[in-house]
Design a protein around this ligand. Structure first.
Ligand code: ZN
Length: 373
């Protein structure tokens, strides 16, 4: 028999229940759904809010059951959205809707599990360059990873201006586009600043007196470090590494080089020289959030028979296996709530609420009410 874990009304004192508390709700009849059979309804005794067992399901308000595991498998093996939709005999919009649901699950689980980490290693950051909508709208996705564990902590999105070699026609078009969609001059600066802030927060939660951050020699990174307030400058050491050095395991930037390679290989939005690329910046980041869940909590650290190799990147970063197993058990079934997800990073909040601007998109992003309850 289903027992609701908490009241879904975020204003109610029964919303933040963490253990089973007796008599905070009553059963309030049921209704029949063609898709899910008999659904039990409940009413909160404190605020009177009515809800049902479906309120706690990842499939809330769906009109068609689509296997999440199959979409997940396609997403992490470089399948396009239309291909996935054809194989599952649903529309591309349905696939995108289920990916949005999975992304919110991925973000909530990642924030909950990564809050258990007490940082024991140095950090590595780098920008991953791709584009959204067309090659006139390049972007930079800054990645922050553990130097030894290759645990992917966070990523931050920023738009860039198109530069580099162009024909006369392309230059003219680029000029017109930049007038319509201006990009902030210091977008990389702001994005890297968010990663530095995140690194300082990680240090604060650990027993380390300072943290070392390895990056390449991008001039904006140096500016961010110079602009840090005096008291914070001693807490973080910036190590710059020449990006032309061989990209081997010995390279100090190996973690982000490895992530960069894996994302290009496994994520159809970023495979170069194909017709597959992201059309919407929020969809692009949602897919990456799902991919981060796969990388951190499912994928083994290395290929090999030794038990150490088979551990996940999250275990290497210090997250106990039983916590990972307990969260992953319900990843495709039990809906995570925005209001109950603590420790969300600012860039993850932006992905959750679909708050990233997409070039040439005039309308605001559609965000269903249930998604940020
Ligand atoms: Zn209530």
């Amino acid at each position: 028999m289903f027992h609701p874990p908490f009241c879904p009304n975020r204003e109610c004192r029964n919303h933040h229940l963490s253990t089973k508390t007796a008599a905070w709700y009553v059963r309030n009849g049921s209704y029949f759904s063609r898709l899910f059979g008999r659904i039990q309804r409940f009413r909160c005794l404190c605020c009177g809010t009515g809800f049902s067992s479906q309120t706690f399901s990842l499939d809330i308000f769906v009109k068609k059951k689509v296997p999440y595991r199959r979409i997940f498998s396609h997403l992490i093996t470089s399948s396009g959205i239309r291909d996935t939709a054809r194989l599952l005999k649903v529309s591309p919009n349905t696939v995108n809707n289920r990916i949005s649901r999975m992304a919110r699950q991925a973000i909530a689980i990642h924030s909950s599990l990564s809050s258990l980490i007490s940082l024991q290693e140095d950090l590595v950051a780098d920008g991953f360059e791709s584009f959204v909508y067309s090659q006139y709208f390049p972007n930079n996705i800054n990645l922050l990873a553990g130097k030894e564990s290759q645990f992917w902590f966070t990523s931050d999105y920023s738009h860039l201006r198109r530069k580099g070699r162009m024909t006369e026609y392309q230059k003219k078009k680029n000029h017109q586009i930049q007038k319509r969609f201006p990009v902030h001059r210091r977008s990389i600066y702001r994005s890297f600043q968010a990663l530095v802030r995140f690194s300082l927060d990680l240090r604060k939660k650990s027993s380390r007196s300072s943290v070392t951050l390895f990056t390449d020699e991008h001039p904006q990174y140096v500016r961010v470090m110079c602009d840090l307030p005096g008291e914070e400058r001693g807490l973080i050491t910036h190590q710059r590494i020449n990006s032309k050095l061989p990209r081997t395991v010995q390279n100090d930037l190996f973690s982000v080089n490895y992530l960069d390679r894996e994302i290009r290989k496994d994520n159809s939005d970023h495979t170069r020289e194909t017709v597959q690329f992201a059309r919407n910046a929020n969809n692009c980041m949602e897919r990456l959030a799902v991919y981060r869940l796969y990388h951190n909590y499912i994928k083994p650290y290395r290929i090999g028979k030794r038990e150490e190799s088979r551990k996940t990147h999250a275990e290497w970063a210090g997250i106990p296996a039983q916590h990972i197993a307990s969260e992953m058990k319900t990843v495709f079934t039990r809906r995570r709530f925005f209001s109950r997800s603590r420790w969300l990073s600012s860039s993850d909040i932006l992905i959750w609420v679909r708050g990233i601007s997409t070039p040439m998109k005039q309308m605001a992003e559609y965000l269903p009410a249930y998604s940020w309850a």
